[in-house]
Design a protein around this ligand. Sequence first.
Ligand code: SAM
Length: 447
Amino acid sequence: MAQTRRPRRGSRAGTRSGTPRPAPKPPAADGPLVTLDIERVAHGGVFVAHHEGRVVFVADAIPGERVVARVVDQSKDRFWRAETVEVLEASPDRRPHIWAEASVERPPERRAGGAEFGHIHTARQRTLKAEVLVDALARFGGVERDVVVEPVEAALAPGVDLDAGTGWRTRVRLHVGADGSVGPYAARSHTVIPVASVPLAVRALAELAPLADRFAGARAIDLVAPSVGDAALVVVDDDRMPRGPRPTIVERVGDRDFTLDRDGFWQVHRGAAATLTAAVHDLVDGDRFDPRAANHDLYGGVGLLAAAVGDRFGDTVRITSVEADARATEHAGANLADWVGARAVTGRVDRYLDELATSAGPADLARLADATVVLDPPRSGAGRAVVDRLAEVRPRQLVYVACDPVALARDVGLLRAHGYELEALRAFDLFPNTHHVEAVVRLRAIV
Ligand SMILES: C[S@@+](CC[C@H](N)C(=O)[O-])C[C@H]1O[C@@H](n2cnc3c(N)ncnc32)[C@H](O)[C@@H]1O
């Protein structure tokens, strides 16, 4: 079993920048108990109630329920945070939390990180995620739109239980507590919850998890199960481990293989890469696609979504993958090597677009205006600087892959202000039992 000392680069479920987040303030264990009527879902896996004119964000609840909750954070004037301690009137959509059996002490399932919807039946989880997306698009994007969150098969993972929403994660980060216990962080805290197994993970990782106890001196343990080859346990920041070459893994999507660093970014389960590839493949409008234009895959990673475009339109299509991580770009170049029109460049998207906007001559600008741009930014979204630059070079269609509804909605709002229109949207339940939802949208330049 090989180990590496290098912290993993950003992943959807971990720290996306690769730098550890500061520990949030621990929740108060002695806050007041309040009885609350749960009104609706909010972004971030919590639910909205009111108490004496104040908004309360409540964990572990379901709209329609009446609960007793402990207030764990009163530091803000306008809203409090609370955690359900007793359900007085339960929703028919409530079920035992998926962590309940795995946890070795109680009541950690109430605060387990990464499975904020684990107490809700899977179908209702999807309607709640749709409500979050609809609300975010209306509030921050100015778009009224119905949304259906589609279920996703976690392809080829033995032991996956689609109904329970378990057994799908191929990457898991476990943290090591001061007492040497190993497990995920509790929600909004750096308290480690010891778990005997990891219900969201594919079976190969759940089987590896108990071994993590042997690495109590490490800062964290990453469990990685690539679709090709064996699962591995990767120790992060353990000074006892020798430095070595950075190991690579192979992930297979359809009949394409992608090589990447074992600690590099990859989608969080096997069905996710295939689902997003298919969605990008379908959402690019073929009538507007110009194979000779300056097409781009921004935040390109190791070339997954560029490959989706190549698979649809042929490998003579021109496309440039732009990615900040030099190693990922190197892999993208190799992964797309059989494709004559593809190239991969290392760079931050904002700087790359800046340079493009200032150095492009009239012919380049025309090729950019005819282009299709796929973008799959980190959770914080593309943001104003990138959106402004994109709008300047004005590609005729954008296909935007987003893992955060609010960041997506904000960027859609900015793009609409620049004369883009949201034309198509699909949303996927790539992360059952968590509050996360993935959306793929197409926008077109209208003016
Ligand atoms: C959500 S991942 C998408 C990767 C790829 N599209 C895929 O599906 O595998 C975001 C990628 O953006 C890269 N990244 C983050 N910030 C960036 C920036 N400012 N400029 C360029 N790439 C960035 C990360 O290294 C990561 O590979």
